[in-house]
Design a binder for this molecule. Structure first.
Ligand code: ADP
Length: 267
């Protein structure tokens, strides 16, 4: 085992309920070492799929939560002053490239364009990462793969992924799982019975219809799981749904009232 990445191996199989052949598609992308983009709303299973696949493909997983303040150095690394003078420290992307991990850049569109370009030479036939500050050009380890996620729903025109970036990736579309699968997922993840999970999933589905009435995004599978866990923990259902579903989703009093009505209709 590579010492540098010891903590990035996934010990147990992460539960993943396949929705539409995405496991096989991921495997094909990995077999050809092609970069992969997962598109879809927050909390619908993108990260869980990557965790599951890293386990299944027996690769370490290096995850980076991207944000707009992130610089190229945050990804590739930098010289830092320590007791021995200045020493180079690999960033998470460089670690993954050197040692053959799957590198998952979560919400890649949040990064600035000058940061995104560092992944370009990695995502074509070159599979190289230049470390300009260090004067080193790394050839990616044969097992390295780049996976990114992004939520098209959030994007403003100025924050869209550039064609020069998106055309380098294979892409899988994600959405909330169909009701019967989502019920199974919520029941499993929250440790609740199927009937209770079904009620939460119905509330979730109805909340998604409110997007047409101004709600930015409907309740995610993740939120439904939170509600289920609270109920299992002993919180009464209406209070749990308020805490996990209604209040987090919107600051608008009218929308909160509409969401609360949804909950009241089911509990
Ligand atoms: P995101 O799309 O934001 O990366 P996650 O992968 O973190 O979302 O999903 C949120 C939670 O929903 C996960 O922690 C997991 O419990 C659950 N989940 C969503 N979809 C699935 C699925 N298909 N199989 C298993 N769990 C899922």
């Amino acid at each position: 085992m590579i010492e540098a990445l010891e903590e990035y191996w996934i010990g147990h199989e992460p539960f993943y309920n396949e929705v539409d052949r995405e496991v096989a598609m991921f495997e094909a992308a990995y077999a050809l070492r092609l970069p992969l983009m997962l598109k879809g709303p927050t909390g619908c299973g993108k990260t869980r799929l990557v965790e599951h696949m890293a386990w299944k493909l027996d690769r370490p997983l290096v995850t980076v939560a991207c944000n707009e303040d992130m610089t190229a150095a945050d990804l590739v690394g930098r010289y830092l002053l320590d007791a021995n003078g200045t020493t180079w420290h690999d960033g998470p992307l460089t670690m993954a490239v050197r040692h053959g991990a799957i590198c998952y850049l979560d919400e890649v569109v949040e990064t600035r364009q000058d940061t995104t370009v560092v992944i370009h030479p990695l995502t074509d036939a070159r599979r190289q990462l230049p470390l300009d500050k260090k004067g080193e050009l790394i050839q990616a380890h044969p097992d390295f793969q780049l996976v990114v996620s992004y939520n098209p729903g959030y994007q403003s025109h100025t924050k869209d992924l550039k064609q020069s970036t998106r055309q380098r990736f294979l892409a899988l579309d994600f959405n909330y799982p169909p009701a019967d699968l989502e019920r199974r997922i919520v029941a499993h993840e929250a440790g609740i019975d199927s009937a209770l999970a079904a009620r939460l999933v119905t509330i979730g589905e109805q909340s998604r219809a409110l997007v047409e009435r101004g709600l930015e995004e409907g309740m995610s599978t993740r939120m439904l799981i939170h509600a289920g866990r609270l109920i299992r923990h002993g919180v009464d259902a209406v209070a749990a749904c308020n805490l996990a579903l209604v209040v987090p989703l919107s600051d608008e009093p009218d929308l909160q009232r509409a969401l609360k009505n949804l909950v009241d209709a089911h509990f």
